[in-house]
Ligand binder design. Structure first.
Ligand code: ATP
Length: 432
């Protein structure tokens, strides 16, 4: 049964994962703030991606390019001309819609007649320097990819990487979406995780197919359920202006299937265009034949914020425990905001002192939290709801046997461990 999305967004707000940006001023549509648990989840998603894409591979290096780029970049990339969505207005209630997201030809709000679609550019415009005018116009990047293409030649020279090799980047992107919605699924400011993988043209098709599988498997490796994921190849008519083939990894959101990541064969479009527009030769020189050519590019482009939402939706679970309805966030250990919660059985001073000692000994090793308010059952429930995989309970026996109980979130199994062996015991469980 699909879960009620309202339950996810209310949990997200109540516990501090994400909530409406600028809320005290009535919010700003399409912007979201990530609270204490949300920043941890998001960082963990990005770290897992960086590890898989950069740190565990010899053929991909990282970059962090500027968000503001020379406006010529967007002329060369085709964004000024093509990065548009079809916009329609309702003639009755004046609401605006993205035409390709509508099912019928009437306004979904009031049933009114709609205008003819017109193309609306999604890039946010701003100005550099103190003078506002055409010469000072710049755009907030709508994707991280172009920062990679403009640095391609420099990075290849610095690293002396040979084909095939990739450049990866994570960071904020901005799109003036016509209808942002479903909370952080579609926002106007969001984070992306993109890799441009450069290959010889004759290897492009194979590399494209293998990246599709590689990226699909990455989600599975972080605990996503196979039935929540599917691959969807784009029809010819759907392809972007640069693409020779695109496959989306789709996720089953509470409202239905939707994009999580797109893997595209961008051909040599970007490097050619940037060479042409910048006047700089961005071709690649073959190490043995010294022949020059433009590599093809395979691009796995994921959303970090959208992935965080998908992982939360997939991990959300409800179960009856001791006759009580309870919520669990069964997040993969590496994604969970807190790895361990330290809980003294009671607030009594002698127990708190030991628990604080335990907390101090764990803090340098794991992201932990400490909680001594309310009953132990309530505290376990609070940790289950935010996905903490392990709770460490300090009880009155701990004062005598210098041991504590580790409780695991999903099985609720409990194990007694000497305090002196707690760090290696938890490390083993967390790395398992
Ligand atoms: P859509 O069709 O949903 O508008 P897209 O095909 O334009 O998305 P891409 O340009 O392929 O998206 O961007 C790559 C990834 O960046 C997407 O798969 C998604 O995870 C993320 N992304 C794109 N737009 C947004 C947004 N407005 N809010 C949050 N994440 C986004």
């Amino acid at each position: 049964m699909p879960i009620d999305f309202e339950k996810i967004t209310s949990l997200a707000k109540r516990r501090g994962f994400f909530f409406q940006g600028s809320e005290i001023y009535g919010g700003l549509n399409g912007t979201w703030d990530y609270g204490p648990l949300g920043v941890e989840l998001l960082k963990n998603v990005k770290q897992a991606w960086w590890r898989a894409m950069v740190q565990m591979r010899d053929d991909i290096v990282g970059v962090d390019s500027a968000i503001l780029l020379n406006p010529e970049v967007w002329r060369a990339s085709g964004h000024l001309e093509n990065f548009t969505d079809p916009l329609v207005d309702c003639k009755e209630c004046k609401m605006r819609w993205r035409a390709d997201h509508l099912e019928g030809d009437r306004c979904p709000n009031c049933g009114g007649e709609l205008t003819e679609p017109r193309q609306f550019n999604l890039m946010f415009k701003t100005f550099v320097g103190p003078v506002e005018g055409d010469a000072a116009v710049v755009y907030l990047r709508p994707e991280t990819a172009q920062g990679i293409f403009v640095d391609f030649k420099a990075i290849q020279g610095m690293t002396r990487k040979r084909l095939p090799f990739g450049i990866a980047q994570q960071g904020k992107s901005f799109r003036n979406e016509i209808s942002p919605g479903n909370s952080i699924f579609r926002s106007r400011e969001f984070e992306q995780m993109e890799c441009e993988y450069f290959v010889r043209p004759e290897q492009a098709e194979l590399a494209y197919r293998s990246w599709v599988l590689e990226r699909y498997n990455w989600y599975l490796s972080l605990g996503m359920k196979p039935e929540s994921l599917r691959l969807r190849e784009h029809e010819q008519s759907e392809l972007s202006h640069y693409s020779a083939g695109t496959t989306d990894v789709e996720f089953l959101y509470p409202w239905g299937w939707g994009e999580l990541e797109g893997i595209a064969n961008r051909t040599d479009f970007d490097l050619r265009r940037h060479s042409e527009f910048s006047g700089k030769d961005l071709s690649y020189v073959d190490e043995t034949t010294s022949e020059k050519s433009y590599p093809y590019v395979i691009e796995p482009a994921a959303g970090a914020t959208r992935s965080a939402l998908a992982f939360m939706c997939d991990a959300y679970d409800e179960a009856v425990v001791n006759g009580e309805q309870r919520t669990f966030l069964r997040l993969h250990k590496s994604l969970a905001p807190y790895k361990v919660a330290v809980l003294p059985l009671s607030k009594k001073e002698n127990l708190s002192a030991v628990a604080r000692q335990v907390e101090k000994s764990l803090r340098p090793h794991f992201m932990i939290t400490y909680d001594e308010t309310q009953s132990i059952g309530k505290r376990y429930a609070r940790q289950d709801e935010i996905g903490t995989p392990y709770c460490v309970t300090v009880d009155f026996d701990s004062l005598e046997d210098h041991a504590v109980t580790i409780r695991e979130r999903d099985s609720m199994a409990q194990e007694r461990v000497p305090i002196a062996e707690l760090v290696p015991a938890l490390r083993e469980k967390l790395e398992d």
